[in-house]
Design a protein around this ligand. Structure first.
Ligand SMILES: Nc1ncnc2c1ncn2[C@@H]1O[C@H](COP(=O)(O)OP(=O)(O)O)[C@@H](O)[C@H]1O
Ligand SMILES: [Mg+2]
Length: 310
């Protein structure tokens, strides 16, 4: 339905996005996961024809969307990262204002405002000025504005950053509902792997401007099917223990996580005995040890040697 082909964006010396190709099929919920600065916002700006790429193409239903953006823009809803709303106006008035900007009017505008207020769960408070709202509620209005013109494709840029957990869950549930019940195609951008894991049928992982992996949750975790992650909790962090772990020939990666270390090693290497031995020889006290089920975080760690939060 919507396809990016080798999109590249260069800012002088910085290549923000490098030859990124991705596909959204109708009705899919697709995740774009990557740490801050990975190039997610730049990618979706180009995909939604708001930012001209340095090179590459965008196709919407087979047509060149950069040459003819109107067809795509009509069915597209983009929720930007920043909230741009009128603080002095009520939720209702904000929706009315932006609905008019989208070209809605009269009966249809009134109906859509009511429907959207229901969707974002703010019908009860629609008359209050936005300045009395929490950050999460403003974010919901932000999404609501984008839903007014009934987009077929919804692109969201980190919609849950910096808001309370309750609003976060509300938004995630709402997006799932829009995708599953109303068949809206979703591209969801985030650096929270749990959200993408929960919400998305297919995931692209991005880092330093590149797509470094893509697939379903299971496929991505399949990258780790040959490996396991061992979590070692220690009473006190110990650089010499960390160094000893890193030096172990079967261990491919060691990261510190505050209360201990996370180790990636090939499956079936029977490391546990060695780990205790290394702890003993460096005077480190192990308080717990667990072999973890891999997460997307581990996939990212495996591919880049860093965590998503680095
Ligand atoms: N207008 C711009 N001028 C120069 N550099 C930019 C501009 N926009 C983004 N960048 C750089 O491009 C990279 C990717 O940014 P961005 O797409 O915002 O990443 P993300 O959304 O994943 O955090 C970053 O290194 C950022 O500093
Ligand atoms: Mg961004």
């Amino acid at each position: 339905m919507l396809e990016a082909k080798e999109l590249t964006k260069k800012y002088k010396a910085v290549t923000a996005v490098n030859q990124v190709s991705l596909v959204l099929n109708k009705g899919e919920s697709v995740g774009l996961l990557g740490p801050n600065g990975a190039g997610k916002s730049t990618t979706i700006s180009m995909l939604s024809t708001l930012l001209p790429p340095s090179s590459g193409q965008v196709f919407f239903e087979g047509n060149d969307a950069l040459k003819q953006p109107q067809k795509l823009r009509k069915v597209l809803g983009v929720v930007p990262q920043e909230i741009a709303l009128y603080e002095e106006l009520s939720a209702y008035e904000n929706l009315k204002f932006f609905g008019k900007v989208y070209g809605l009017k009269g009966e249809r505008l009134a109906t859509r405002i009511d429907e959207v207020l229901e969707l974002i769960g703010l019908t009860e408070r629609k008359k209050e000025a936005l300045k009395t709202y929490s950050g999460g509620m403003k974010r919901r209005i932000n999404i609501g504005v984008t839903l007014l013109h009934e987009p077929e494709v919804l692109i969201m840029d980190e919609p849950t950053v910096g808001i309370d957990p309750q609003s976060r869950n509300y938004i995630l549930e709402m997006i799932r509902n829009l995708n599953k019940s109303q068949n809206i195609t979703v591209l969801y951008t985030s650096h929270y792997m749990e959200e993408v894991e929960k919400l998305c049928d297919r995931i692209y992982i991005m880092d330093h401007g590149d797509i470094i992996a893509d697939g379903t949750n299971e496929e991505l975790k399949g990258i780790l099917s040959e490996e396991e992650t061992i979590q070692i909790g220690v009473s006190q962090l110990s650089p010499s223990f960390e160094e000893a772990l890193s030096g172990h020939q079967a261990i491919s990666k060691v990261t510190e996580d505050g209360s201990g270390y996370k180790v990636i090693a090939p499956k079936g290497t029977d490391l546990l005995g060695d780990i205790f031995e290394l702890a003993r020889s460096t005077g480190t006290h192990i308080v717990n040890l667990a072999v973890l089920t891999p997460t997307l975080e581990d996939v990212f760690l495996h591919l880049t040697g860093r965590t998503l939060r680095d």
